[in-house]
Design a protein around this ligand. Structure first.
Ligand code: NAD
Length: 352
């Protein structure tokens, strides 16, 4: 496949897509809504997937990210591949001078994340990590309620991540995805950072493994966190709870100095009460991600094209991975793990 010559306006960001699986294909639909981004090529290590999506979108296709980086006339790439591949692809893209939008989860270890960010800095490219859940209606409503309703300082948060889902594909393989938290807890870990700031210690325990036929990762994990603010938090995740699905799980209960706040994803309500007032309930129209996707993609374009302040950065991706990795390290060691982790920390994913 030859070099693509573009007649695009200089104000349009030419983007190559790496990863033509489920979410990569969907990403091309999201890009249709971006007036400042033009899809100019697709790559996947499964050639048929690259070909199918390339033909469907009328753009050239390649069967490796290296070939796309060599031959595709793009300013930036979207990395929408399995988690364990993100590090190498992002470093290669940075070395090839391409800006990067990397899907969550940024990588498996903080050591990989630092190497990705260092490559981006060394080659002067911009690196955004796609943590869109924080821009969904429920997260932004919680953020506003915490700021505006006189509830005072947050003291504790509990996130209920119990839902029923038959895990398939790369999500079921620890080597590819990292583990249950890396796909089913990552959004909420990022949202916790968005709402409450940095986490400074993590203690996690893993429940019994009763479904080895489904995946090689844990069936249930429970994570306790302390935040730099002094507040405490907990997140529990399991995929064997038939009374909720992925969209109706991840409710938040938040205790504050002068009252409480809760998000109920089953009813799509935000409930709050100050100690001296009646209960307030806000009904959300929905908690869909469309606007969140548009928000992060238009921010990426604005960042690259006009140097506008980005809504998410590599630092957000790294700090999130740090919490996930610390949870598995804590479970492995049977001890509380303090953050930040060492820059070269690979445990417990180093085979040790
Ligand atoms: N933000 C969200 O809401 C959201 C939702 C779903 C998935 N995702 C993320 O999108 C990414 C992909 O998930 P998915 O559901 O599309 O998975 P998927 O398994 O459907 O697709 C991954 C694709 O990457 C390809 N691939 C693997 N290694 C590659 C390499 N080195 N070079 C090129 N292609 C390679 C695979 O062949 C596959 O087609 C993950 O990071 C996932 O967490 C994000």
């Amino acid at each position: 496949m030859g070099v693509v010559s573009k007649a695009s306006s200089p104000s349009v960001l030419r983007l190559g897509l790496i990863g033509a699986g489920g979410f990569g294909s969907y990403t091309t639909e999201l890009l249709d809504r971006q007036p400042e981004i033009e899809l100019v090529g697709v790559a996947d290590v499964v050639p048929e997937l690259a070909e199918r999506l390339g033909l469907a979108r009328g753009v050239p296709h390649w069967s490796s990210h290296q070939a796309l980086l060599e031959e595709c006339d793009c300013d930036a790439v979207a990395v929408v591949t399995t988690h364990a591949t993100h590090r190498d692809i992002v470093v290669d893209a940075a070395q090839a001078g391409r800006h990067v939008f990397c899907e969550k989860t940024m990588a498996i270890t903080v050591a990989d994340c630092y190497e990705m960010q260092e490559a981006a800095d060394a080659h002067g490219i911009k690196l955004m990590v796609g943590h869109k859940r924080r821009f969904r209606p429920a997260a932004t409503a919680l953020k506003h309620a915490l700021a505006d309703e006189g509830l005072g300082r947050p003291l504790a948060v509990n996130v209920r991540g119990f839902f029923g889902r038959r895990i398939t594909g790369f999500w079921s393989r620890r080597d590819d995805c990292g583990g249950l938290l890396y796909w089913a807890g990552v959004h909420d870990v990022d949202t916790l950072r968005y709402l409450f700031g940095e986490v400074d210690s993590v203690y996690a325990v893993i429940g019994p493994k009763v479904h080895p036929e489904v995946s090689d990762q844990e069936d249930a994990i429970s994570v306790a966190m302390t935040f730099a603010s002094g507040m405490v938090g907990s997140l529990q995740v399991s995929t064997y709870f038939p009374m909720a699905n992925y969209h109706t799980a991840f409710g938040f209960d938040i205790v504050c100095e002068h009252g409480g706040l809760a998000y109920d994803p089953q009813r799509l309500t935000i409930t709050s009460q100050r100690e001296d007032q009646d209960v307030q309930e806000v009904q959300l129209a929905h908690n869909e991600a469309d606007e969140a996707y548009d928000h992060e993609w238009s921010s990426f374009a604005g960042w690259v094209l006009r140097d506008e302040a980005p809504v998410l950065t590599g630092e957000d991706g790294l700090r999130c991975v740090e919490i996930l990795q610390a949870a598995y390290l804590s479970a492995h060691l049977g001890a509380r793990v303090n953050l930040p982790l060492a820059r070269d920390e690979r445990r417990p994913f180093d085979g040790g």
